[in-house]
Design a protein around this ligand. Sequence first.
Ligand SMILES: NC(=O)C1=CN([C@@H]2O[C@H](COP(=O)(O)OP(=O)(O)OC[C@H]3O[C@@H](n4cnc5c(N)ncnc54)[C@H](O)[C@@H]3O)[C@@H](O)[C@H]2O)C=CC1
Ligand SMILES: O=C(O)C(=O)Cc1ccc(O)cc1
Length: 298
Amino acid sequence: MDKVVIIGVGLIGGSFARALKKAGAVRHVVGIERSAAFAQRALALGIVDAVATDFAAVADADLVLLAAPVAQTGRILAALAPHLAPGTIVTDAGSTKADVVAAGRAALGDKVAQFVPGHPIAGRETNGPDAAIDDLYVGKKFVVTPLAENAAPDIDKVAAAWRACGAVIHRLTPEEHDKVFAAVSHLPHLLAYALVDDIANKPHADLLFQYAASGFRDFTRIAGSSPEMWRDISLANQAALLAELDAYMAQLAQLRTRLAAGDGASLEAVYGNAQRARRQWIEAIEEAEAPPPTDTAE
Ligand SMILES: NC(=O)C1=CN([C@@H]2O[C@H](COP(=O)(O)OP(=O)(O)OC[C@H]3O[C@@H](n4cnc5c(N)ncnc54)[C@H](O)[C@@H]3O)[C@@H](O)[C@H]2O)C=CC1
Ligand SMILES: O=C(O)C(=O)Cc1ccc(O)cc1
């Protein structure tokens, strides 16, 4: 690609830029940022080659990536729509998809076919351009949730860009996507924030944190994530997240009953089932993400 524009040059947009550059897949990367300080930082780190303050910068781009919190999607697409030339494809990295698709339809109108929504299933709890790394997406999934209006070559173009970053391409509908990620990503983030907030609000919080060990650290790592980003995700996927939260609260209520009854056997059965399921999941994910075996044949 000759020119890629990244809107929101933080962890996800910055890592995309770095990975494309490492792969030699882009000549020129332009960043558009809400934060002037982050824009300058991305420039200083060599993540972007130039910074633009005007959405006219998308006019001659091959690809535009939206990588700002999902509630920004509508206003960003509306601002860039007048400058969008027929040859430019717009994609996004938002953690929710039904709201992003709706915002895309409302903002882009008859240019909506140029918008190919997606979600890289890779990230971490650190934010901003300093967190961006060139191998974030290696071996990780990129889920594309195409619109009926998208042309196959445009979907392929977005998939090829993520493949160049090392990602493996998957395809879901926006609704399937949002149900899946409510369960395995959005709910765990809510739980981690809730646990740390609960402990932090106790009068003896200092004492508790002093003795919290690696299990607490592992369980709550994702509570170090951006509150703005997770506010937006929670509200954007409210219905699916509420359904998962209700199911989880029913599980907790059942565990509470078993604990109160001193029913060790049934507690152990739940813990054992979870341990087996987690082992199988870790084995499967490690196999799927392992680098391909090197050919040792002489
Ligand atoms: N953090 C993660 O692990 C993952 C995040 N995502 C999604 O990627 C997107 C970006 O997340 P991160 O890179 O982690 O966040 P981040 O906070 O590192 O970067 C977001 C950047 O967008 C900028 N921004 C905010 N509003 C803007 C606007 N209106 N115009 C231009 N720039 C704007 C911010 O200043 C910030 O630099 C979010 O939609 C998030 O849901 C997707 C996969 C993983
Ligand atoms: O920090 C972690 O482990 C994550 O879970 C990263 C993450 C956050 C948001 C996404 O939409 C996808 C991946």
